[in-house]
Ligand binder design. Structure first.
Ligand code: B3K
Ligand code: ZN
Length: 877
């Protein structure tokens, strides 16, 4: 397979001004006639007069140049992935008409035009348009599109594409046609077409300048009752982007279509977003509070792309983080404003510190702007998205909210209608603020997670505190040595009595906190006017994507857990406290010693329980132990069993010793507030279910009864699923019965059945692996549906370390078998599943050998896709 390099970028040799597409739809034989108005790009430096268009799996029917010149075999060359026309006009624009056939039904890769439950839909990002017709399939070729769709009226009553509907009519033989015109120039990856038996929910939004925008959500008929939340989320997002970024919507129509078969979350096609049903459909009894939050977040994300992605797009795919990092930052802030800022920040950092840090420390580490790829779809990673958002967040921290807004305003003003680079974004931030971000730019080019060390020295005579910070970034593939980065470290001080101490840097103003700008490998900052030595609170709000190496004594962590006014650091102090205690128990477990939990931890949690919290979701997070995955990241050689049993020992000790307050809290908040989604009701459900999960560790009849009661009486999915999870994760006499009744209750709701699969695949109880094997043969399992694959195979391999990493290696073999099966059906999904094997170096020798053997087996399989090949080969390197 061929590697593509950023350093090889050249401008396109030709431009496309106008695209006129004509689709005659059929499940197995769709005809596409594409009429391209093109010209030589004046900026091109090549002297070659041929034209190469990208195209895959297309049946070419004819090629016509300038209306009447039908080209013959000798005029062009067809390769498996291109069409090369030997000679095209160089001095004036020309029209190229191409007719080709495609087979959507055979398209199980779900890229290009494909079938999902009888409806036809497209997915073109990153390079799917070439599976529809021959084209200059690169984001820096922007054109205006007119699309006419003709189809049978019964099978495809609804025909959608980007922009505005400009014409429609009936044809003989029960056929009809619709024409769509998108007035905004766009790259072909933003093209979309949807056709099928869809029903629609309609509403409107009045923009700040008084324009009425029609909003439509298209779903299958039986899902019409699950669109209300998505619609409200869209309106919230539209209002938020006006208020926070001054961005107004630009077309008169905004459409969202929900489809069941989708490789990822959603797609921001201009005016016609296509969504995974998972991020649209919600009803109180079918979707959890977390689902409600994710739907609003993803609807926001795709909406925000209209400005950060569509109006201004990427020059090339190496710049992916330009749109994704910025848009994730925007959706994170949106969700924080809509829900709880404190909780949202913790959830985002949790994900970053477990999954993205692992990526950054492993064989697939890459900068947020990668230098090279074999398959671009493999680079829609946590690094490009989540770390990319952290880089944007650091700019926000460094420049302040106003400075950042000035920068984004200038970015929109300078680059509207263009395809640009990450560097253009940073330049706009610089220019608007008169800032020098040259060192900051290294974040775009360097992979790996920097480690920050902190040393403090208090000088009682001078009343100063010296903080010496140092940075070190471990080597990553292809980057043995790193340059120092500009790292903003938000820091505050707390007096011994728990009151905040003011921070004053030399010549600075006194403030509640300061942003220390670390630019050197080691640097000392002096804080003045301190009558006593304070406790430092470093990296508040997680102000940079780094690892803080501070070995604090347990009592200092307990102090911060009680007193830090920064909600993030307060929570993190509890996490670090628990990590230290659990780490000690991991060693005890490995030594075969008894697992005795440090009373200091119990006491700290007791205090948390006694505090009158207002934000109960935040309270729930404070009560939640670090996940097994986070603990995995803290170990040199990962021991999944020791992690699981040590963490369980702590959870059980907390349940035993804090039984009374946990019970009281459960009973206090155990009420039916189904259908209420305000922060109060969500928080009450969350803390109640956190208590139930602790109490379940007591394995007592009465708790089993509580769980069963809750399961049977719940009228909302949050409570029902929380109860089911407790029942399935602990020995419970009614376990199978509950699973069966849940299945019966929800067999017609695919998204709920996904949860049913996931719950079983995630259980720590013995027999889970056998259960997963049985579920593969369950009639509801369908390897062609990515949500189902993720709910069973993904959940087992990525969220059940105890069983996936069973010493026998059966989990690894099982996963490799599934990857090979998926490889020929859906390479993108197959490649995602390889993720669970890539961290093989982190395990003991025996497991390393077993995991490696499966990776080797994968790459030596004939006809392996480049998607799977790239991930497997790089993880072995
Ligand atoms: N831009 C799409 C992701 C496309 C993934 C292609 N493999 C969704 C998003 O980030 O909004
Ligand atoms: Zn995105």
């Amino acid at each position: 397979p061929r590697t593509v390099y950023l350093k090889d970028y050249t401008v396109p040799d030709y431009l496309i001004q106008h695209v006129d597409l004509n689709f005659t739809l059929d499940e197995e034989n769709t005809r596409v006639v594409s009429r391209l108005t093109m010209c030589r790009n004046p900026a091109s430096r090549s002297s070659d007069t041929s034209l190469t268009l990208a195209g895959e799996n297309l049946q070419l029917i004819r090629v016509v140049l300038n209306e009447d010149n039908e080209l013959g075999d000798k005029d062009y060359l067809q390769t498996p992935d291109s069409l090369i026309i030997h000679d095209v006009p160089q001095q004036r624009s020309f029209v190229l008409t191409i007719e080709n056939g495609i087979d959507p039904k055979a398209n199980t890769a779900l890229e290009g035009l494909y079938l999902s439950n009888g409806m036809l839909c497209t997915q073109c990002e990153a390079e799917g348009f070439r599976k529809i017709t021959y084209f200059l399939d690169r984001p820096d070729v922007m054109a205006d599109f007119t699309t006419t769709i003709t189809a049978d009226r019964d099978r495809f009553p609804v025909l959608l594409s980007n922009g505005n509907k400009v014409g429609h009519g009936n044809l003989p033989d029960n056929r009809h046609w619709v024409t769509w015109k998108d007035p905004f120039k766009k790259p072909c990856y933003l093209f979309a077409l949807v056709a099928g038996q869809l029903e629609c929910v309609e509403d409107y939004f009045t923009t700040v300048s008084g324009r009425d925008i029609t909003l439509q959500i298209f779903v299958e008929k039986h899902d019409l009752d699950k669109c209300g939340h998505a619609m409200q989320s869209l309106k919230n997002a539209m209002a938020w982007d006006e208020q926070v970024y001054g961005r107004e919507y630009d077309l008169d129509l905004y459409m969202i279509v929900a489809v069941s078969h989708f490789n990822m979350g959603a797609m921001e096609n201009k005016g016609l977003n296509v969504f995974n049903t998972k991020f649209v459909l919600a009803r109180p009894d079918t979707a959890t509070d977390a689902d409600y939050e994710h739907i609003e977040g993803v609807i926001g994300h795709e909406y925000f792309h209209n400005w950060t992605g569509n109006r201004i797009t990427c020059r090339d795919w190496f710049q992916l983080s330009l749109k994704e990092g910025f848009t994730v930052f925007r959706d994170q802030e949106f969700t924080g404003d809509r829900t709880s800022k404190a909780v949202k920040r913790i959830e985002d950092v949790n994900m970053l510190r477990t999954r993205q840090f692992a990526e950054d420390a492993g064989p697939l580490a890459h900068p947020i702007r990668p230098d090279a790829y074999i398959e671009i779809n493999n680079f829609y990673t946590l690094t490009v998205y989540e770390k990319g958002a952290e880089i944007v967040r650091m700019l926000h921290t460094l420049l302040g909210a106003d400075g950042f807004r000035k920068g984004s305003d200038l970015y929109f003003e300078r680059h509207d209608g263009q395809a640009v680079t990450c560097d253009d974004f940073v330049s706009a931030m610089e220019a608007a603020n008169g800032a020098d971000l040259s060192q900051f730019r290294r974040w775009y080019a360097q992979a790996g997670t920097p480690v920050i060390n902190v040393a403090q020295h208090y000088d009682a005579a001078q009343k100063t505190l010296s903080l010496t910070l140092s940075q070190y970034c471990p080597p990553t593939p292809g980057q043995p040595a790193k340059e120092p980065l500009l790292i903003p470290i938000t820091t505050g001080l707390i007096n011994k009595d728990g009151s905040p101490a003011l921070c004053r840097l030399q010549d600075g103003e006194a403030a509640e906190q300061v942003v220390l700008q670390l630019t050197q490998p080691e640097q000392t900052f002096v804080l003045a006017d301190l009558n006593e030595e304070p406790i430092v609170s470093v990296l508040r709000g997680f102000s940079a994507p780094v690892k803080l190496a501070m070995n604090r004594p347990l009592d200092e962590l307990a102090f911060l857990l009680s007193h830090d006014p920064d909600t993030f650091n307060r929570w993190d102090a509890g996490q670090q406290l628990a990590v230290q205690v659990i780490s000690g128990l991991i060693v005890d477990y490995q030594d075969g010693s008894e697992l005795a939990v440090n009373p200091l931890l119990i006491d700290a949690y007791k205090k948390v329980l006694a505090h009158p919290w207002e934000d109960l979701s935040y309270f729930s997070l404070l009560m939640t132990l670090p996940s097994e995955l986070y603990l995995t990241e803290q170990m040199r050689v990962v021991d999944v069993e020791a992690i699981h049993y040590a963490r369980e020992a702590v959870a059980k000790a907390l349940a035993e010793q804090l039984r009374e307050p946990l019970e009281a809290l459960y009973l206090k908040h155990h009420r039916d507030e189904s259908g209420q989604f305000d922060a109060g009701a969500i928080g009450r459900r969350r803390i109640k279910n956190t208590c139930l999960a602790y109490l379940a560790r007591l394995d007592a009849d009465w708790v089993q009864h509580w769980a069963l009661q809750q399961f049977n009486s719940a009228k909302n999915m949050t409570d029902q699923l929380a109860a089911l999870t407790v029942i399935v994760n602990h020995p419970h006499p009614a376990s199978q019965q509950c699973l069966d009744s849940f299945y019966e209750q929800w067999r017609h709701e695919a998204l709920v059945i996904d949860k049913w699969f996931t719950t079983q695949a995630s259980s720590p109880l013995p027999g889970t692996f056998e259960k997963v094997l049985d579920l593969l043969d369950h009639p509801a399992f369908d390897i062609k549906n990515p949500n189902r694959v993720r709910s069973l195979i993904g959940a087992f391999s990525q969220s059940n370390p105890l069983h996936f990493h069973a010493a026998s290696g059966q989990g690894y073999q099982f996963l490799a078998d599934r990857i090979l099966e998926l490889n020929s059906l859906n390479p993108q999904v197959a490649s995602r599943m390889v993720g669970a094997l890539t961290s093989w170096r982190r395990y003991d020798e025996k497991r390393q050998g077993l995991m490696k053997a499966q990776l080797e087996r994968i790459i030596s399989t004939p006809a392996i896709s480049k998607d799977v090949y790239e991930v497997a080969v790089k993880s072995l390197a």
